[in-house]
Design a protein around this ligand. Sequence first.
Ligand SMILES: NC(=O)c1ccc[n+]([C@@H]2O[C@H](COP(=O)([O-])OP(=O)(O)OC[C@H]3O[C@@H](n4cnc5c(N)ncnc54)[C@H](OP(=O)(O)O)[C@@H]3O)[C@@H](O)[C@H]2O)c1
Length: 280
Amino acid sequence: MSKESISSGTGALGATVGTMNSFAGKRALITGASSGLGLEFADLLAAQKVNLVLAARRQESMEKLASDLRRKYGVDVLVEAIDLASPGAASRLKSSLDASALTIDILVNNAGYGLHGDFLETPSERTVDMIQLNITALTELTYLFGRGMATRRSGHILLVASLLAFQAVPSYAAYAATKAYVLALGEALHDELRPHGVVVTSLCPGHTATGFDAAAGATASSLLHLLTMKPRPVAASGIRALLQGKAMVVAGLSNKLAAFSNRLTPRSMQRATMRRIMGA
Ligand SMILES: NC(=O)c1ccc[n+]([C@@H]2O[C@H](COP(=O)([O-])OP(=O)(O)OC[C@H]3O[C@@H](n4cnc5c(N)ncnc54)[C@H](OP(=O)(O)O)[C@@H]3O)[C@@H](O)[C@H]2O)c1
């Protein structure tokens, strides 16, 4: 980010970045808004009178959500059906919103999926497609919308990482690695963009009852079932942390304990525990 295009801010600007009570009147772009956590982010933000852009591939389920939210909360909701794993998708989405003169104040980078199973048994095109969505599209969207926010000296970006970002995970090897990237990017950008008036928060959900397992080709073990959260409180913890200007939040107490316990255990033990829990 060049100093010519975006003037740096210190002092008084710092005071504008931090705790807020509500996002009322702003506009949010939510990726992965056709299912799971995305539906909850949309409902929670619309309830705060935030106007929305919903982006994912399944147009029909987003259109249904959009009409429900318009009726319930009286907000403006636009639907963008797009495959964000296709090269150049982030730029096309940005251009489409620019053409409608829509300014995005809040970016919820939520679209993503996992691939469960042996790395060598998974066709490499599937792994690359996942990386394209979980890493490339998320990075490009953060860049494209983050620049506008920094120029306006105001904005909020939520990156959905995972509890799996904290250690290597046999049977979710590449997926967990994409989420380690998301968390590292998010934490670094939290500090880098803060002087420009932009809050970047990373949300780390543990196992959550969404379409995730089906998309990943996984069946949750009975131990994992015990630790599973509902999507509503997970999404709510992300929105709360974003409003509070936090760098990172792990959703739920048992997940917080799991993330903390990694500071006390050898990495080989973490991998063995994950192999057992994730049903490898
Ligand atoms: N559930 C969990 O246990 C868990 C735990 C930690 C982190 N997470 C993360 O939470 C985020 C949301 O997942 P979820 O749990 O809510 O699962 P989900 O119910 O399967 O939702 C995934 C969303 O991503 C969208 N998506 C997938 N591929 C896409 C593509 N190529 N282009 C555009 N959108 C795409 C899907 O929409 P379309 O299919 O309509 O495109 C859907 O809206 C993901 O980043 C996931 O990695 C989930």
